[in-house]
Write a protein that binds this ligand. Sequence first.
Ligand code: HPA
Length: 238
Amino acid sequence: MTTPIPTPHIEVKDANLIAETVLLPGDPLRAKHIAETFLEDVKQFNTVRNMFGFTGTYNGKEVSVMGSGMGMPSIGIYSYELIKFYGVKKLMRVGSCGAMQPNLNLYDLVFGMSASTNSNYLHQYKLPGTFASCCSFNLLQKAVNLAEKKEVPYHVGNILSSDVFYDDDNESWKKWAKMGVLAVEMEAAALYANAARAGVDAFTILTVSDSLVTHEQTTSKERQTAFTNMMEIALEIA
Ligand code: HPA
């Protein structure tokens, strides 16, 4: 089979320009910042829709970083093309989340062991029930070991991938919180489903950027730069 590259959303003529491991921040400018701050020998591989993608090395290991955009349709498109057409085997979302439990503090790390969702994304598989989107145990285990070693505050558990940021019912999150869900974000469930369907590894590391419980917030400037622990863990397990 000839591989139909470049794909509609990633303009790469040679699949080898993308590493087998791709980090996926939501914001393409954060992808640029990560590449410039943490990687060596960086080459840009994508500019389509300004969804910048870069490949470089971290401690000699080849790794790519690319924006995923916001929401499940967006990460669904990029992760599908990366897996199916560019041979990517490990995909790690790095992003922010809103805490739904009182013991989560701003800047704590959250490892998304599983991702519940209010989205219809998984209906495409026509499963005779409800799929539990979960991460790669291997990546989770490595992340936990590193967080312990670095003595970084972290939480492991179920997260909510929501289709809605501005919810008409501003109390609806409490129902997920009652089920022990740790935090809300907008992408992991689609990433995990695409990875599961293709038999590759996916993982999500989040930093708490705000709390639905206490209404505390970080500023976007802090969010842009204060994620070093998250990035080091993601890059070390890449
Ligand atoms: N909701 C959804 N996604 C988020 C939030 C939130 O409160 N905070 C950071 N990402």
